[in-house]
Design a protein. Structure first.
Length: 285
């Protein structure tokens, strides 16, 4: 599943092709939006909130500005073709939206499982439940700390994965941040205390911003952009910890439970509870 930094990078890529361009043809291939037409509207900007992408369009006549909301979930993607080009025929059945611009470039949304079109003034109905996002201008670390401590018994990684508490942290970053603060993934987050949670939140903000904006740093958590050495624990089960040499362990995900995804940890560098400390409830995403 994409993380907040990957959606942010996608938005900046779409900016280069779409922002300031007028839509000359649109095709929304989901039943409830099939009759909607974005032709004549200008793409104003691409905004992200956590893992959600909001594409804002200008008003037309007496019609208000609109926002196209999309979420990539596990396998969704956007791609843009140059003038005169189109997607390979084999991919067309996976297309859920088409936006052709006045330059001839065309954006395609593939396998977008969540697609909504609302008045821009009504965006909060789609993303208002989300917590603070480190990659947004309205980032509020104090509010993030407050939300994360609202359930002090909740395991660290489960709290980080809850988008209503802190938006944009996916499974990779949740695992890596637990390692970076030297805590078992299943440590009750309240044990970090307010100061410890604030350090966690600040570290998350710096890490996501670095990943999203520095060339060559995308989701490199160790500082080493080399295959097999770019993550501290994620994907490194049965391999030695890059810090202490202890074998990295992995706990499988609990099916249909977003609180308990696949989890990696170093038992030496991250002392504390094991998988028996997992959260028992499923939270809103």
């Amino acid at each position: 599943m994409p993380e907040g930094d990957s959606v942010y990078v996608l938005a900046r890529r779409l900016d280069r092709s779409l922002t300031g361009r007028t839509i000359v043809r649109s095709d929304l291939r989901v039943p409830r939006l099939a009759t909607r037409d974005l032709s004549g509207r200008t793409v104003l900007e691409q905004v992200t909130h956590g893992k959600h992408l909001l594409t804002r369009f200008s008003p037309v006549g007496d019609q208000p500005g609109l926002t196209l909301h999309s979420h990539l979930l596990m396998d969704g993607e956007w791609t843009v073709t140059r003038p005169g080009k189109r997607l390979p025929t084999r991919l067309m059945p996976e297309v859920r939206l088409v936006l052709e611009t006045d330059t001839g470039a065309t954006a395609y949304g593939l396998r977008l499982h969540q697609l909504d079109l609302v008045a821009t003034a009504d965006e909060a109905g789609l993303v208002g439940h989300l917590g603070p996002d480190p990659l947004r201008a309205d980032w509020d670390p104090a509010e993030a700390v407050h939300r994360l401590l609202s359930d002090p018994e909740r395991p660290l990684v489960s709290a980080l994965l809850d988008q209503t508490l802190l938006a944009g942290i996916g499974n990779l970053w949740a695992n890596e941040l637990a390692f970076l603060v030297g805590r078992s993934p299943w440590t009750p987050i309240g044990e970090l205390g307010p100061d410890g949670v604030r350090r966690l939140v600040d570290r998350a903000a710096v890490a996501l911003h670095h990943s999203a904006t520095v060339p060559g740093a995308f989701q490199v958590t160790t500082g080493l952009n080399r295959r097999g050495q770019d993550h501290w624990v994620s994907g490194r089960q049965r391999r030695p910890c890059l810090r202490c040499g202890t074998t990295v362990l992995m706990a499988d995900e609990v099916p249909n439970d977003p609180d308990n995804r696949r989890t990696w940890w170093c038992p030496h560098c991250q002392p504390g509870p094991g998988p028996e400390g997992r959260a028992a409830t499923t939270r809103r995403r």
